[in-house]
Design a protein around this ligand. Structure first.
Ligand SMILES: Nc1ncnc2c1ncn2[C@@H]1O[C@H](COP(=O)(O)OP(=O)(O)OP(=O)(O)O)[C@@H](O)[C@H]1O
Length: 230
């Protein structure tokens, strides 16, 4: 599905990613963990086309995404839930969801039923402004909006950040449902237990590099956790 090979990324002279390689497969949850500032967001932005890479390759189903704009990548089936959610505060919940229609063919511009099945709160708040929702509701809206684009690969950047535990559970349930429906899910997290419960595959980053690769259960190992303690 998604294959990242040997990617280097720079901001001016500062190198943020060093030879990063990873894979995210269909029907699996792949989790990228790491402390603040190690390059997780840079990697996700590179995958969705919001940040150019210096070298290496990012490929979807064997086809190189080099030079493709975020819009084209969305049409190819990459959905993105950015860090901080980026909900439009003055648009209604319904309008926020409809912004996900842009990469979808004209005849298919409907909100999929599973968005409201996974997050019933969105249905009851369709006419409310995005900015009036709680942080947790906004996160559900951001995930709903990404699902409207009909992704095969869903990239989520810290979906649990600043969210109350009951909504974290709902988000975890939704992610598991999407995996079971055959989606590839790539998840950036700092919340270790959330990854431990969900992840099929785990990568840990430190200073722009992948320093550990394993399965969810490996996160019980104190030597592995060492990469994550400050
Ligand atoms: N637009 C930018 N311009 C210059 N440097 C940047 C930019 N974005 C990120 N960086 C730097 O690149 C490095 C990696 O940042 P990045 O946001 O990818 O890390 P992160 O692991 O996602 O951190 P966090 O968990 O805080 O989001 C950091 O040193 C950061 O300061």
């Amino acid at each position: 599905m998604l294959s990242v090979s040997n990617v280097d990324l720079y901001y001016g002279a500062a190198q943020a990613l060093r030879g990063v390689s990873l894979e995210a497969k269909k029907g699996e949850i792949t989790c990228v963990l790491g402390r603040n500032g190690v390059g997780k967001t840079s990697l996700m932005r590179a995958i969705v086309g919001q940040q150019a890479i210096r070298s290496g390759q990012i490929a979807l189903d064997g086809s190189d995404l080099k030079g493709e704009a975020p819009y084209t990548r969305a049409r190819r089936g990459i959905g993105f839930v950015p860090q901080g959610r980026e909900v439009f505060p003055l648009l209604s919940v319904k309008e926020n969801l409809q912004t996900g229609f842009a990469p979808v063919k004209r005849g298919e511009r409907t909100i999929p039923d599973h968005v409201f099945e996974l997050f019933p709160v969105l249905k009851s708040m369709l006419s409310r402004r995005g900015g009036d929702l709680s942080g947790g509701q906004q996160q559900q809206l951001a995930i709903g909006r990404a699902l409207v684009t009909r992704p095969n690969l869903l990239v989520l950047d810290e979906p649990t950040e600043g969210i109350q535990p009951s909504i974290i559970k709902d988000i975890g349930r939704a992610i598991r449902y999407l995996k079971e429906a055959g989606m590839a899910v790539l998840l950036v997290e700092q919340y270790l237990e959330f990854c431990r419960e969900l992840a099929d595959k785990v990568y840990i980053m430190d200073r722009g590099q992948i320093v550990f690769e394993g399965v969810g259960a490996d996160l019980d190992d104190p030597d592995v956790r060492k990469h994550l303690t400050v």
